[in-house]
Every structure is written in structure tokens, then in C-alpha cells.
Design a binder for this molecule. Sequence first.
Ligand SMILES: Cc1ncc(COP(=O)(O)O)c(C=O)c1O
Length: 375
Amino acid sequence: MNDFIPVNEPLLNGNEKKYLNECIDSGWISSEGPFVRDFEKGLSSKVGRRFAVAVSNGSVAIDAAITALGIGLNDEVIMPTFTIISCITQIIRVGAIPVLVDSDPHTWNMDVNQIEGKITSRTKAIMIVHIYGLPVDIDPILLLAKKYNLKIIEDAAEMHGQTYKGMPCGSFGDISTFSFYPNKHITTGEGGMIVTDDEYLYNKCQSLRNLCFLPQKRFIHEDLGWNMRMTNLQAAVGVAQLERLDEFVTKKRLMGALYTELLSDLMEYVDLPLVKTDYADNIYWVYGLVLKDNLNYNAEVVMSKLAALGVGTRPFFYSMHKQPVLRQMGLFENEIYPVAERLAERGFYLPSGMALTETQIRIVVDRLRSVLTGL
Ligand SMILES: Cc1ncc(COP(=O)(O)O)c(C=O)c1O
């Protein structure tokens, strides 16, 4: 269908081509090129952190964060069940224990009221994961971290340009991470960033990113790392994208506001994302919907009907406690998180990419209306 509206399309019409040409003309295409440093400096100053380490994606950024913090065998890490698997994989690989909390039904973020009850003498860290456009309510978590001497990992993959009580998301963790996959507010194709104020963690992440080469003795290793370097080509795109972050956040907010306005007559069918909380205005990383409980069909049905009408969508996250691979490991047996389960069953998101036009949003809503009123 030629008027298919994809769930995501990035906007690459700033300086991306110019900076990419500079890479090619100069021959600097590897991670040694100058755009990597420029991108690190640009992002760290945007979120007010001392240090940044550019990496190849947001998933490995979390892997490095877990390892750099020294999380290991039988340590417990408290995290939301409603998230992407990237948040949990390295916790498991290092032999630590993920301890899950359910979601808040309104913000879809982790329910902070459930955290303290999960803290034990083995708890080492809390992982904050901001979901879909609204930040987690961070202050109560920071208080718990102080009270129990816990580390904070902040996954701000979806939260470029967002603030919590006026402070940038990405500024709250002992280590905070970002993703630059093309569905993010700013993209590098594939890419990620680790930010911190702690010099030890910075050095550790830099080393982990580059196979733990000893700085003075190349090809000698006292630890195991990864090659998770970002190329100069990726960083060139990132620098160009970062120049437009504020504009992109404004655009996403306008897109979100338009969806909310146009969907207002469909609220007997769907819950819309919160426009704001008392600590942040939504930046609508994606525009999510949750089908009302009284409807006798789920998100999958609506998504497939929308696909047939040329509208791309994505389901909400499938919770960690339900993941086959984790259940096979014997994790989360008999654990139930009803809010996250409902979100996974009834939630999906509409086209939300940066290149989406007002006309496309109107078409999406018209098609959704015909699906919902016809079911
Ligand atoms: C909350 C969250 N964390 C981590 C990631 C992983 O990032 P990447 O796709 O760059 O590996 C994503 C990706 O969408 C995400 O949404």
C-alpha cells in the first residue's frame, strides 16, 4: 500500500549529510574520529553530566553500566517488569537477581510505592526505566537509594530532552544510559551513550567499551570487555541530530497534543497517555493507547486491522516475568504483576516517528476510529 504510514520514520534533513561527508572526505570513519568526542561532549553538557561514553547501542550501554557498578553473583537489582529485555540481560549474565515491580496504571512507569518492600540486605541497585514519554517519579527512589545505600542505574533510552522537576532525565543515575535507535528523539542509526559524574565509572566504561585494552600496554588485558565502540559516522549523525533536540521535543509534544485532541471522542474505547504529571510534561516518545477493559478484543486485534488499513503500530512491552527465556531459567515463578500484564495485553502505540506529518496523524486517527467503531 503506497500510503502506508510507518510506525516510525526519522527526520534526517539537518546537517547529517554534511557531517557524514566530512567523515568520508577526511577518512575518519572509525571510533577514533572527532565526531565521537563532539557527540559525547554535546550530550553530556545537555544533560549536565561530567562524563559521557558513546557506545554502539542502548542495550550494551546498560550491560556496561551493570558491570561497571560491580554488580555480581546474587546481588539483587530492583527494576520494572514492564520494560525491554535489554534492561535485564546483563543482570542475569553476571549472576545477579532481577527483582521486579509492577507498573503504575496511569503513567505506565514503575510503581515507586512497591520498591521499598522489595529491598533486602542483598539489594545493590535500583534500575529506573522511563517509559514512553513520562519520567519515573524519581525523588522517592533517590531517598530510598540514600537510606539503603543503593546505586541507581537510570535507563533514559526513551527520554532525550525530557526533564523531571526541571532537571534533565539522564542526570539522576550513578550511571544513566541512552539509546539512539531510529525511533528515538535523536538517532545515530544504532547507538547509545553512558553518562556519569563519577570518574571511576567513566574510566571503567571507557575500558569496557574498548575490550579493556590496558592504556599503556596495547593487547594486554587484565579484564574482559566488549567492542561496543560507536563509529565516527554514527556520531556525525548524532551531532547533527543533537543540534535539533529542542526542536524535536517541541515537535513531538505538538504531535502528542494533536493525537490527544483528535482521539478525544474515542475515550470510551481507549485510555490516552497522560498529558502531564506534577513533575513533567509528556514528550510522547511514542503515542501509546490502552484499550478499555470492557472491550472484548485485545491490542493484537486492533493492530492487525490497522495494519490492513495501512497503519503501522507496535505492541507495548511484554513484561519480564512472562518472558519464556526467563521462565525457562526458573525466574519469576508464580509472580503476577497485573498492571503490566494488562498493559501488554491491551496496549499498543500509533505512528510516532519524527517525520510524521499532521496529515498522517489525521489519517491514522480516522482509520483507528473506523476500526474501533466497527468492531
Ligand atoms: C527503555 C529502553 N531501554 C533500552 C533500549 C535498548 O536500546 P537499543 O535498541 O539502542 O539497544 C530501548 C530500546 O528501544 C528502550 O526502549
